[in-house]
Design a protein around this ligand. Structure first.
Ligand SMILES: Cc1cc2nc3c(=O)[nH]c(=O)nc-3n(C[C@H](O)[C@H](O)[C@H](O)COP(=O)(O)O)c2cc1C
Ligand code: SF4
Length: 478
């Protein structure tokens, strides 16, 4: 594993003070507490939070994390169940969505993505039951556990049948995205028609009803990471009802939300939103987007400024549309992974980090602060903590204490070290050997068509053959 970017690694920052100094050097503002408190010392992280009409018992949230490891028919496998068991053992009381579940077969991002259709009700129940049982066994009560299911259509990044065979269904042709992902700019058959989109909205409603029957407290209408609903937000050149101006580009998300509310009024609704984005990265000369090719909430790399007006308008609109929960993310793991999951070591299809990943982590967390300010009644969870590594507890506590967000979310950290929230709340020292060092193997493995997992740090994945394959693959590229 090598990184070409010569910045201090977090593990080299030996104290909270050293982290603060580094943040200051970088011009970053982030609340960092001196000493994480346990639940019995009245940690802000142990305060309850009302969500979807229920009380979540603390401020830790687990982000959706898929594993490319379901059965090919869309049911969960033993590996999928193991991950959900870990989510239950984490100690977090807000499970944002488990993992992305496709609302229909052609919307799968890979041939092992789980499905959320009525035919898959039993599989979804198995996942939820496994998580709840693990939580009960570890913590006694599950009364204050709030669990959602993330619903998705992968759009431009659909690969439902073979991992090496893209079957994109796109919102619009985009010069830079088409070129980056080998899409013929003249193909009309892969662009969604307006009438088909209404059927798709009904598929979301049907999946939401299935989630409700299974016992999920809410669904997340996934609108991030370059997948279909997110792509629509920047479909400026699309004609008709679902493109063009802000109303048109947000219409699909709004329609899906409305259909879900109509079908299952009792179900909570959350949205995971990429609040800012970059054009496909790294940008080559001539690849600067024209104004009508701008991404939704485009980040100007030179100035560091985000075009905030549209994303914050959408955040406020979500409040009006009956959404009560927001998970703030950014970018896309395929065309700008460094802003989406800041890492010291890039994934195989990535590039050396063009900035200190600490800057990227702060940018993500700051976006959540802005969203919370824009729509105070939304319950907001932030992303970007994993890169803080040994200082996750200090920063998490600072973020909640200063009201930047309502809950702190963990993604990769929960793969390497599932019980971090429980350890912090119990006042136990962190298990340093389990702290995610952002090696990106959990992203590289699925890029090669292998199941995801923390191969460097999780003893279970260390023993799997894919670990050796990964080592050989990385050696062949160095
Ligand atoms: C292996 C892997 C799987 C992921 N699966 C999902 C997913 O199913 N849905 C989603 O919204 N984000 C997914 N993400 C993104 C994470 O939820 C999270 O946003 C990202 O890892 C950044 O958070 P972190 O810095 O805490 O890891 C995935 C990330 C990784 C590394
Ligand atoms: S493989 Fe493990 S250490 Fe590497 S980024 Fe993923 S969770 Fe973190």
């Amino acid at each position: 594993m090598s990184s070409d970017y010569d910045v201090p690694k977090i593990a080299q920052l030996k104290s909270v003070e050293a982290l603060r100094e580094r943040l200051e050097e970088l011009g970053c503002i982030l609340p960092v507490d001196d000493q994480p408190l346990s639940a019995s010392e009245s940690s802000p992280l142990a305060a309850p939070l009302t969500l979807a009409g229920r009380d979540a018992g603390n401020r830790w949230c687990i982000h959706p994390m898929e594993g490319w490891d379901g059965e090919t028919d869309g049911r969960p496998s033993e590996l999928t169940l193991r991950r959900w068991r870990h989510f239950g053992q984490s100690g977090a009381k807000w499970i944002w969505g488990g993992e992305a579940a496709a609302v229909r077969f052609d919307g799968r991002a890979n041939p092992r993505q789980i499905l959320a259709t009525p035919a898959h009700e039993d599989g979804l129940r198995q996942l939820r039951d496994t998580l709840v049982a693990a939580h009960r066994e570890a913590f006694g009560s599950t009364d204050d556990l709030v669990i959602g299911l993330q619903l998705t259509h992968s759009g431009r990044f659909s690969r439902p049948t073979r991992s090496d065979h893209p079957e994109p269904r796109i919102a619009h042709h985009h010069r830079l995205l088409d070129a980056r992902f080998g899409i013929d700019p003249h193909r009309a058959d892969i662009v969604w028609g307006d009438t088909e989109l209404l059927t798709l909205a009904d598929d979301y409603a049907e999946a939401a009803e299935t989630a409700w029957k299974v016992g999920f407290d809410f669904v997340d209408i996934k609108c991030c990471h370059g997948y279909l609903l997110h792509e629509f937000l920047s479909a400026r050149r699309r004609r008709g009802a679902f493109g063009g101006d802000w109303e048109g580009r947000t219409r699909l998300l709004r329609t899906v939300i409305e259909r879900v509310r109509e079908r299952v009024p009792e179900l909570g609704i959350g949205v995971r939103l990429s609040l800012f984005d970059l054009p496909p990265w790294p940008m080559q000369p001539g690849e600067e987007p024209a104004p009508e090719e701008a991404m939704f909430g485009q980040l100007d790399w030179e100035s560091g400024e985000v075009a905030w007006e549209e994303p914050l308008r959408l955040v406020r609109a979500l409040e009006d549309w009956g959404v009560t929960m927001l998970n703030v993310s950014a970018g896309c793991p395929y065309y700008c992974p460094h802003i989406q999951r800041p890492a010291a070591f890039p994934p195989s299809d990535g590039y050396p980090p063009p900035e200190d990943p600490l800057v990227g982590a702060v940018r993500l967390l700051e976006a959540a602060r802005r969203a919370k300010q824009a729509a105070p009644s939304l319950k907001v969870v932030g992303t970007g903590l994993t890169y803080l590594q040994d200082y996750v507890p200090h920063v998490a506590q600072g973020l909640i204490r200063h009201g930047w967000m309502d809950a702190v979310g963990l993604g990769r950290m929960v793969l390497s070290y599932p019980t971090l929230p429980a350890d912090v709340l119990a006042g136990r020292p962190l298990q340093r050997r389990r702290i995610c060092r952002t090696f990106s193997d959990c992203t590289t493995a699925p890029r090669q068509g292998w199941v995801s997992g923390c191969y460097p740090l999780d003893p279970f994945y260390k023993q799997r053959p894919e670990r050796q394959w990964l080592l050989e693959y990385k050696q062949s590229r160095s």
